[in-house]
Design a protein around this ligand. Structure first.
Ligand code: TXE
Length: 479
């Protein structure tokens, strides 16, 4: 199935008629083409957004909210269709897309449709000076949203929904590897009555289409989720143009397990936090540190559970691990397994590609557990972003804290303990934007989401996102 750009409410071919192949990771076959949009297409999208801005930014909050909630409802009505499309494009199990990705995309629109009706700005009375200040929170204008392939519609809408709710018009680009659900979203936006030009979706490579968005002099804010190297490049391009930037980048998150934890709950959640979505979530706990006294027990139980995970075709209901997203990506992940061996890591289970009957060319990999000799080896420091985790024991709280913080990333950390004082000490000292205690990936959309260090700049979620997508203007009135 071929897809098109969505510009000014219409589906359009790219001006230069350049196309990219779209692969199905489950069988390795090309199943459609997508535009590789040029600067000209991005300019068209920008112009449509600019034209739409005066009216959309003056549309009442009630009306904006109703339209966003309508989009949310339509996504729910089309759950099966969207989940199948997401799975076909990305390789994730349909069951996962149906329970996580698409419901969350719907929640993003519902949440920000509601949040904008509760968003308020500050006022400051200058006591003794007969003056009052108040803050106007005004939409920025035309903003750019660029998203990755791991949670395609989920992350695409996580940016678009707050941008639209706060009155901006958007030029958005999904990952060229997983463009399908973003394409389908255009149809839903028309059906929900989103005025033309308010949201424009252009498809293509990061280096052509994405580059044209970040370089555009009048696209004044960029919200990006993706790799750290790309984030650094975007920052370099955007900084001299003084664009507002929100960057959600990679992670290499510690999962710290103390002997006093609720063991069964920890074990089940750790399997999930290691391998959900084939380990392709920036929040996956890919470095597992276990307190020495339970290390051997954990090792045996964990490996046994991981070995029983079913790798299979994404549309098979019993599949727990689907296909990785692309051929280059599975090659990259396999290279890390090789590096682990060279670094004297011990492969406790997994490590090999899997051939699934009738889908022999799909990108399937066994979930892999590596026992590492130290925390400084490459597989423990670099983001692999696949179904691969490392495990190693620790002796003391101080030691594990030091290892947890000794990476360039700082997105999230998971802590398993029932000791409240320890929870507080570590939560204070972990250098991450998110700390989960006795749980993983439990999300409340009102909370600030994002990372420190090489994991990014800024926070998304709740009012943080609405603040990002607005300019604060202070008005001071002397009376
Ligand atoms: O991401 P890219 P890639 C990590 C993960 C992965 C690595 C690289 O480790 O192996 O990043 O993945 C667009 N101007 N994460 O190469 O390239 C691109 O088209 C503007 C973590 O697939 O960063 C896509 O839409 N845009 C991550 C988006 O950026 C550009 C999720 C992300 O692609 C661009 C995915 C440019 N010059 C990968 N170049 C997470 N944090 O969740 C690329 N893009």
């Amino acid at each position: 199935m071929n897809i098109k750009n969505y510009i000014n409410g219409q589906f359009q071919n790219p001006e230069k008629d350049e196309w990219l192949d779209n692969y199905c990771p489950a069988n390795g076959e090309i199943y459609g083409q997508i535009p590789n949009s040029s600067k000209t297409d991005v300019e068209k999208a920008y112009k449509a957004a600019k034209m739409a801005f005066p009216t959309w930014s003056q549309t009442t909050l009630d009306k904006r909210s109703r339209i966003l909630i309508k989009i949310s409802e339509l996504l729910e009505t089309n759950l099966q269709r969207f989940a199948e499309a997401e799975s076909k494009d990305n390789g994730k199990p349909v069951s996962l897309a149906k329970t996580i990705d698409i419901p969350r995309a719907a929640s993003n629109f519902r949440f920000f449709g509601n949040a904008i009706t509760q968003f308020a700005s500050e006022s400051h009375e200058s006591v003794g000076q007969q003056a009052i200040n108040f803050t106007l929170r005004q939409p920025i204008g035309v903003v750019g949203c660029i998203s990755p392939w791991n949670l395609p519609l989920y992350l695409f809408t996580w940016k678009i929904a707050p941008a639209l709710a706060s009155g901006n018009c958007v030029v958005a680009k999904p990952s060229e590897i997983t463009p399908m659900t973003a394409y389908l979203l255009g149809e839903i936006c028309n059906e929900a009555g989103l005025p033309e030009g308010v949201l424009n979706i252009v498809h293509g490579l990061g280096t052509s289409t994405g580059q044209a968005i970040i370089e555009h002099p009048n696209i004044k804010a960029i919200s990006f989720t993706g790799g750290t190297a790309t984030g650094a490049h975007i920052a370099k391009v955007a900084a001299p143009m003084f664009k507002k930037l929100s960057l959600e980048l990679g992670g290499k998150n510690p999962n710290i397990i103390f002997a006093d934890c609720d063991y069964e709950n920890m074990l089940a959640t750790t399997v999930n936090s290691s391998f959900a979505n084939q380990g392709q979530i920036c929040l996956c706990g890919s470095r597992i540190f276990i307190e020495e006294s339970i290390y051997e027990k954990f090792k045996t139980d964990f490996v046994q559970k991981v070995k029983s995970l079913k790798v299979g075709h994404p549309s098979d209901d019993s599949t727990q691990i689907g296909a990785l997203v692309s051929k280059p990506h599975i090659e990259k992940v396999k290279q890390y397994i090789q590096i682990a061996k060279e670094e004297e890591g011990k492969i406790l289970c997994g490590g090999n590609s899997i051939s699934i009957k009738n889908y022999e060319n799909g990108y399937y990999l066994e979930p892999t557990v590596i026992e590492v000799p130290n925390d400084e080896c490459r597989v423990n420091q670099e983001e692999i972003f696949g179904p691969v985790v490392t495990i190693m024991p620790f002796k003391t709280e101080e030691e594990v804290l030091q290892m947890a913080n000794k990476v360039k990333y700082g997105l999230s950390a998971t802590l398993w303990t029932n000791d409240l004082k320890r929870t507080m000490r570590l939560s204070n000292q972990l250098q991450t934007g998110i700390v989960w205690v006795n749980t993983w990936m439990m999300r409340d959309l009102r909370t600030p989401f994002g990372g420190m260090k090489a994991s990014g700049v800024g926070r998304e979620g709740g009012f943080e996102a609405l603040r990002f997508f607005t300019e604060a203007k202070n008005v001071c009135i002397k009376y």
